[in-house]
Design a protein around this ligand. Structure first.
Ligand code: ADP
Ligand code: ZN
Ligand code: ZN
Length: 827
């Protein structure tokens, strides 16, 4: 760039705003501005933000006082052009602001902003019950949004002076304040030792050695050790860290300090990676595929000659992972990158263990429970795009945001899984579909894998949009498990139910334990008991802030709301009628965990659900303990069902299949089939057929029958018929618009007006507004409008209509406080 020319940059700021903002480049930065670098800009009257340069140009903006950019934070761009295009696509498709996409994409430690803000104190378990109402509102907003500004606090509590409330929250240690532009990422450094320049001359070195020999023999010893371990006389000495030198030489720290004081040694700091390095021990060539696996691999590759996407429908235990390994190896050999997506963080750990044996340090991983600094280092590793950059990333949904430079293949394992969808906050993206688009941007191939594909993907495969490969045999011909049904109504009548266990299930658990086999018990609800109910008037405690009943958690000794996290004391008396007869209805994982020792006092029982896996490493611990057979019976929610591969599970028990089937959602049957098939797939050993016992009051339900017969096709056909008839995906697209406000009647008014704005153009495609099943969460009432439109219709046109309506509503000042959140392709 020519030195004295005037340049402008368009900057994307991390705010939910519709446009870029133009700033002028000071001459001194002319040489270093570049797209993808972070800049510090002033926004509004005082606030500073780190934004990203998305354009550089010389068009003079027609606003009056264009501000200068204040600083450029990066030496090299931290975001690629391709990523910026991808963000734009995400923002348009999922109806989110680009600033929101940027917020979701960048690792927290790369984001910065000034202005006083509040954060929840991560080390404090906030006693919700002790908060005042206003404090509660603030804490709630923080749980929802992670960070809020003081201005936002004042809006939330509806008063100007907020410092007194904020101060008490800070004093109690519940929240922490943040100020100024801070670089949150801190490289980890380590002290290194080198010889100072003077003593690099051999004559000087000799001189000082002689001197030390006479007066300070230990110091000489250390100097010699340094020369030895760094290979000093080779001409190309290696670097050595202080700790290593001390350890290897066995000489104390104080001797080293003396040498530094004398100016013989110098200490310097070097950045260290926090990332785990793996070493490979196996070669992919020695991984021998079965004939069926080979055939599948061959088919996938031949589909990839003409198609971008291929669906691999391989039953549980068919060895899909090994096929992936072969495909990954081919890409790595060509110098391409691979993204391997898994739906659950718990799964990344197991897959990494399997893949590191083959790919060693070419393998990196990324997910939201990984530390902030570590995530920045993965990002930096990839953006460097050097020979040391990772070739393979295994990660959960957020890894689609990483700065890949040359993807050759994207693998989406368990492609049917709903965890690929982000619900809140915006962008409400669907990582599976977004990854397909990302692959397109890179001209990469995409492999979808599942034992229970989504109807959407299966439909596309049958139509020929995707390549389609079926693998119907388990590796080494192990049979699928035998599935047995217990009719709970009948068992109850015959008095063959002991609490939540049928006698039949208990007998099989005993048999498995006697055979030294492990057992998984599946219950898709966590907690101890669903709820407390008054025997005489049916009263049941509800959350003060949400429209839901509370769940009893025994370990906490409290009632807890699964929507907002607040808790209450357990009542001893019904406040409605005064009766003391309160009983527990329903049951969750915790209850099962507690009852098991009554039947099997010797067995070691552990539970895996959201409550027991909050800590960073607890889920890995549970999985490892189960793998090492330190646990006999594992009780869990769907977390235990997803793709995990255990060797010694002889029995899987489904405690109650009914609550899945009755879930009011058009995907309930598809989901039930998927969950039951997946959890059943955990049963079976290398040399022995596994057993599954499903307890249900609906033994003849079509979904249960399809699961027993392992008949995906039958489930698919009957469900597709429903989907056509009732206008659901994959035949129609859905956009769900949620409107939220704490004032019930204002919400009703706005929701009605909003629907009226849509109807003239969209007609009967507009459904609602309606209250959802849970119609109030965190003190906000909710009303939903559903737009269902033909798959062939232009979704751009539909989105334009929705956006116009949102703008119209927001023209009216009183309506602006109503949240209007579109969710495209809701799950
Ligand atoms: P899927 O992911 O399809 O459910 P996995 O890839 O977990 O199945 O394979 C099931 C089991 O069979 C695993 O323990 C795996 O190690 C083993 N396996 C599959 N293919 C091979 C192979 N070619 N060689 C050795 N073991 C294999
Ligand atoms: Zn009562
Ligand atoms: Zn609640």
């Amino acid at each position: 760039m020519v030195d004295r020319e005037t340049y402008f940059v368009d900057v994307l700021v991390p705010l939910p705003l519709a446009s870029y903002f133009t700033y002028r480049v000071p001459f001194k930065f002319n040489e270093i501005v570049a797209i993808g670098k972070r800049v510090v800009v002033q926004f509004g009257s005082k606030k500073l933000y780190a934004g990203i340069i998305v354009n550089i140009h010389q068009r003079i903006p027609n606003q009056s006082n264009v501000k200068y950019i204040l600083d450029i934070l990066d030496n090299e761009p931290i975001v690629t052009n391709l990523q910026l295009r991808f963000w734009k696509w995400l923002s348009e498709y999922y109806m989110a602001h680009e600033g929101e996409v940027m917020n979701a994409a960048l690792p927290t430690a790369l984001k910065l902003a000034s202005e006083s803000k509040l954060l929840l104190n991560p080390d404090c378990d906030i006693p919700q019950a002790q908060l005042t109402d206003k404090e509660f509102l603030i804490v709630q907003a923080l749980e929802l949004n992670h960070i809020i500004t003081l201005t936002e606090v004042s809006e939330i509590v509806e008063q100007k002076k907020v410092m007194p409330i904020v101060k008490t929250l800070i004093e109690k240690g519940f929240v922490i304040p943040e100020e100024d532009i801070i670089e949150k990422y801190r490289p980890k450094t380590e002290a290194y030792i080198r010889l100072s320049d003077l003593y690099k001359q051999e004559s000087k070195l000799e001189e000082i050695s002689k001197e030390l020999e006479k007066r300070a023999f230990k110091q000489l010893e250390l100097l010699l050790a340094y020369l030895k371990y760094t290979n000093f006389f080779s001409g190309k000495p290696q670097e050595i860290s202080k700790s290593k030198l001390i350890k290897e030489s066995g000489i104390s720290q104080s001797i080293l300090t003396s040498l530094v004081k004398k100016g013989i040694f110098e200490i310097y700091e070097k950045n260290q990676s926090r990332l785990k390095k793996f070493t490979s021990s196996k070669s992919v060539e020695n991984l021998i595929l079965s004939e069926k696996q080979k055939e599948s691999l061959r088919l996938i590759n031949s589909f990839f000659e003409t198609k971008d996407v291929c669906l691999l429908h391989g039953i549980t235990g068919s060895g899909k992972t090994e096929i992936y390994i072969k495909l990954i190896e081919e890409q790595v050999k060509m110098g391409k990158q691979v993204l391997y997506l898994v739906p659950e963080i718990a799964l990344t750990a197991q897959i990494i263990n399997r893949l590191k044996e083959y790919f060693g340090d070419e393998l990196g991983f990324y997910h939201s429970k990984y530390g902030n600094n570590e995530r920045v280092e993965v990002w930096q590793n990839l953006i460097l795009n050097s020979s040391k950059s990772y070739k393979i990333i295994i990660g959960a949904r957020s890894s689609i945001f990483l700065p890949f430079s040359d993807l050759g293949l994207v693998i989406i394992d368990e492609e049917h899984d709903a965890s690929y969808k982000q619900y809140d906050p915006s962008p409400r993206y669907y990582a599976r579909d977004s990854a397909l688009v990302l692959a397109k941007f890179h001209n990469a191939k995409c492999l979808l894998g599942s034992a229970t594909p989504s109807l959407e993907s299966y439909h596309k495969a049958l139509k020929g949009d995707y390549g389609f490969v079926e693998l119907k045999e388990r590796y080494s011909k192990v049979s699928l498990p035998e599935i047995l049904i217990v009719d709970t109504v009948e068992a109850f009548r015959k008095k063959e139910m002991k609490s939540h266990f049928s006698v039949f299930l208990l007998e099989h658990i005993k048999e498995a334990l006697d055979n030294n086999e492990q057992i998984i018990l599946f219950q898709n609800r966590r907690g101890f008991s669903l709820r407390i109910v008054c025997d005489s008037c049916q009263w049941t405690p509800e959350c003060n802030h949400c429209d839901v009943t509370l769940t009893y958690h025994k370990k906490l000794g409290k009632l807890k709301c699964h929507y907002c996290g607040s808790s209450k004391e357990v009542p001893t008396m019904c406040p409605n009628c005064g009766s003391h007869k309160l009983s527990m209805k329903g049951f969750g994982t915790e209850k099962i965990e507690e009852e098991l020792p009554l039947f099997f006092p010797e067995a070691i029982v552990k539970r895996m659900d959201l409550d027991t896996t909050r800590n960073k490493n607890s889920y890995i611990q549970i999985i490892n303990d189960f793998q090492d057979r330190k646990i006999d019976i594992l009780v869990g929610t769907q977390m235990v069902s997803k793709g995990l591969d255990f060797e010694n599970v002889g029995l899987v028990g489904v405690m109650n299949a009914d609550n899945m089937l009755y879930y009011p959602d058009f995907r309930a049957y598809e989901r039930s089939f998927q969950q039951l098939t997946q959890v059943s797939g955990r049963s079976g050993r290398k040399n022995k057929r596994g057993k599954v016992i499903i307890q249900t009051s609906q033994p003849y339900h079509s979904v249960i029958r399809d699961v027993i017969d392992n008949n995906y096709k039958s489930m698919y056909n009957s469900q597709m018929e429903e989907r056509v008839n009732y206008k659901y995906p994959p035949f129609y697209r859905i956009i769900k618009i949620s409107l939220k406000h704490k004032d019930y009647s204002l919400l009703n008014e706005v929701a009605g007006k909003f629907a009226d704005l849509l109807r003239p153009k969209l007609g009967t495609r507009v459904l609602g507004p309606e209250y959802p099943m849970v119609s109030r969460i965190r003190n906000l009432y909710i009303k939903n409008i559903l737009i269902k439109f033909e798959i062939k219709a232009s979704h751009k046109a539909v989105k334009d209509i929705i956006n116009d309506a949102i703008n119209k509503i927001h023209e009216k000042k009183e309506y602006r406080s109503v949240y209007i959140n579109p969710d495209v392709d809701p799950m």
